[in-house]
Design a protein around this ligand. Structure first.
Ligand code: ATP
Ligand code: MG
Length: 328
């Protein structure tokens, strides 16, 4: 059987260049490497407060961005998580096999809840990794392409699979994460020591930004006081981040990128980075607009939901049987 490649993105906000470089840009290449299951993690988007109209709009945007990246809806399975009820059903079972202690050690939970009052932290935010593990397990996924920040959740999914299989026999497939060697963690332009995140508007480049804004953001990105364009994430996080963006979008290595900018001043270097970002985003935005105008996402999501449902149901039934739920 062809390997199954699964990944999801939350419609929590406008997609950033971090999401694009970390996962989205690579997805079309995976169409020939296995069976691709890509989804919009809309149930996950509810784990932090979000306006219903914003969620609806973000979901449409995200579906259109997936398609604009070059995915063929006939070849891949593209769908909304909430359209396939097996996700929630498996979540209800799997929540019994992950424990409070390990969930409270998850970096994403700690980061996202850090500034919140305890009385305002929803159970869904805490239990996020249970649903994410269910998303992965539900399709017998082999490979999960993600950014670096999600590795911890995949490791936890693997723990869950092993725990479950030890108890019930070989029921679940063990997934593996796949992260890019370069670009798995694009940093904020305003604070290059933190990750670029769509729910944190400072320091983001949004995939929907107009080109003037993109240039402006890159030209005013925080750098260090030195003058050499060198890759040194510890001492030069800002320059290293820009070099990473340049290298990935130019399909060259960091070393090669460094060589191109020997003797460059920061200002000229930033201009070159802005040029490659604009060259990438401009045609991408045109495709996105065409997909939005023609509502191409609707048909794609409808077909995707049917295909996903057909793949998920047998796995869910296998799990239900294993734990002793009657099928009458
Ligand atoms: P949020 O702030 O809502 O968590 P996010 O930008 O982190 O938004 P997610 O929907 O959580 O986006 O993640 C979607 C995918 O993008 C995941 O695979 C994640 O690892 C990847 N990703 C997120 N941020 C970055 C980044 N800065 N660099 C590379 N990959 C990233
Ligand atoms: Mg995130």
């Amino acid at each position: 059987m062809a390997q199954r490649i699964l990944t999801g993105i939350k419609p929590t906000g406008q997609l950033t260049l971090g999401n694009y470089i970390g996962v989205l840009r690579d997805l079309p290449k995976m169409m020939d490497k296995g069976e691709c299951i890509f989804f919009i993690a809309d149930l996950h988007a509810l784990t932090l407060p979000i306006d219903p109209e914003v969620l609806r709009q973000n979901s449409i945007d995200l579906a259109s961005f997936y398609l604009a990246a070059g995915l063929d809806p006939e070849k891949v399975t593209l769908f909304l998580q909430s359209s396939v009820s097996a996700h929630a059903e498996l979540n209800a079972i799997m929540q019994n096999y992950l424990y409070m202690g390990e969930l409270s050690r998850m970096t994403q939970f700690k980061d996202k809840s850090a500034k919140m009052k305890e009385s305002a932290i929803g159970l869904g935010l805490f239990a996020y990794p249970v649903l994410m593990a269910s998303d992965i397990i539900l399709y017998d996924s082999d490979v999960v392409p993600v950014g670096e920040d999600q590795i911890q959740h995949i490791e936890l999914t693997r723990d869950l699979v092993n725990r479950f299989n030890n108890r019930y026999g070989p029921v679940l497939k063990e997934p593996h994460y796949q992260v890019r060697k370069v670009g798995a963690r694009i940093m904020s332009l305003s604070d290059p020591t933190t990750k670029m995140s769509k729910s944190d508007p400072k320091g983001d480049i949004y995939l929907k930004d107009d080109m003037k804004t993109v240039r402006k953001k890159i030209m005013s990105a925080v750098t260090d006081s030195g003058s050499e364009v060198k890759y040194d994430p510890e001492n030069k996080p800002g320059i290293s981040n820009l070099l990473t963006i340049y290298a990935v979008l130019s399909d060259i290595s960091i070393e090669e990128a460094e060589k191109r900018f020997v003797g460059y001043r920061y200002g000229d270097f930033k201009k070159a980075v802005a040029d490659v970002v604009v060259a990438e985003l401009e045609p991408f935005q045109q495709k996105y607009q065409q997909i939005i105008d023609n509502k191409e996402y609707e048909k794609a999501l409808q077909i995707g939901a049917k295909k996903a449902e057909a793949m998920a149901r047998p796995v869910l039934n296998r799990v239900k049987k294993a734990v002793g739920l009657l099928d009458i």
